[in-house]
Design a protein around this ligand. Sequence first.
Ligand SMILES: [Zn+2]
Ligand SMILES: [Zn+2]
Length: 225
Amino acid sequence: MEIAPGVHSVPLPGANGFLVCEDRLTLIDAGLPGSRPVLEGYVSGIGRSLSDLGRITCTHGHPDHVGGVRELETDGVEVLMHPADFEALHVTLGEALRRPSKGRLFAYMARTPDRAMPVHDGDVLPVLGGLEVIHTPGHTPGSICLYAGRDRLLFVGDMFEVRRGRVTFASPVFSDDVRRARASVQRLAERDVDVIIFGHRPPWRDRANDVLQGLADRARREAAG
Ligand SMILES: [Zn+2]
Ligand SMILES: [Zn+2]
């Protein structure tokens, strides 16, 4: 489904992937292993080919966002992730069991990309007229949001979800450090946003700036009290 001009939401196994259709295709989040045939079907349905894929950017290292990378990566595809999550993905089972944490166990379960180019806070990718990387650690240490200023789109991965019809923080059950996630939200509230785009929900278009500011205010109150 096209959710913004040239931006398609593709229901991959496990999570939404977002396909940005330019000369080369960019995929934001790659679903679980087994996503390739689903993506291939979608891409051919819009008259493109997977051989046009030039870039995969993962919002974070959970298996439902990186699991499909390995089957999609070829020499021509650059894979971009924050190094904090890429490194965490390469934990061994021994480490995961010796020092158990949700993050380490998820990392062990994720089928990991072989290689990734590191992206850092403030990087701007040549996608959608400039796609800004905002490091928003919390859900995972290397979680990033991606902001397209030209089209006022904000890809948040799993930082937020929608519960009872409202945008709220990701469930603590699946998050590494909830306090850190809350501290990250102020930076998002400073952007001008029309559409908030989630890993597991339809996009949110209703007064997105107010929603982000409300979350930032709530985070500040909770940090103070
Ligand atoms: Zn997810
Ligand atoms: Zn996640």
